[in-house]
Design a protein around this ligand. Structure first.
Ligand SMILES: [Zn+2]
Length: 157
């Protein structure tokens, strides 16, 4: 099983379990994964980026662990977003364009690159990319500060 951090077309972030990366592709491709907050099937993996010192966001660290949740058609579990999450999301939405303009997309190498930069093995530079929920949690445990970037509607299809 693999857990991905996902984001819907309107910017709700949530996590969902999949049997594999291929199962994720299959389920999202067939509209079987729905946003628990608004029910849309237009969801994609959340893009991760290092925390910006200017944005005053302390993200993810205060996230409550949630039980494994399998996406199923028609199932819309209640949203688990608290006001702080909503506020953070609004801030992230506002700075999203700036983040994308200022960062280098390293794709699936994000966890490795973020760790190298944190450890001083790679030159410090702004990057963004994909990470599974496990990778995100491992990075946070290692003290690497990262934040999710809400996806823009044009990133979803
Ligand atoms: Zn949503």
């Amino acid at each position: 099983m693999i857990k991905f951090s996902l984001v819907c077309e309107t910017g709700h972030t949530f996590e969902s379990w999949f049997a594999s990366g291929m199962a994720y592709d299959h389920q999202t491709g067939n509209g079987l994964v729905v946003c628990p907050a608004c029910g849309t099937s237009k969801v994609t993996k959340a893009i991760m980026a290092p925390a910006l010192s200017s944005s005053r966001t302390r993200v993810i660290g205060n996230e409550e662990p949630s039980p494994p949740q399998l996406a199923a058609p028609g199932a819309a579990p209640p949203a688990l977003l608290d006001p702080q999450h909503l506020e953070i999301r609004a801030v992230l939405g506002a700075v999203r364009a700036q983040i994308l303009a200022d960062t280098i997309d390293v794709g699936k190498n994000f966890p490795e690159e973020a760790r190298k930069i944190h450890g001083g093995e790679s030159p410090e530079r702004p990057i963004r990319g994909e990470a599974t929920a496990e990778e995100v949690h491992a990075l946070i445990e290692d003290g690497v500060k990262i934040v999710p970037i809400p996806a823009a509607p044009e990133d979803l299809n």
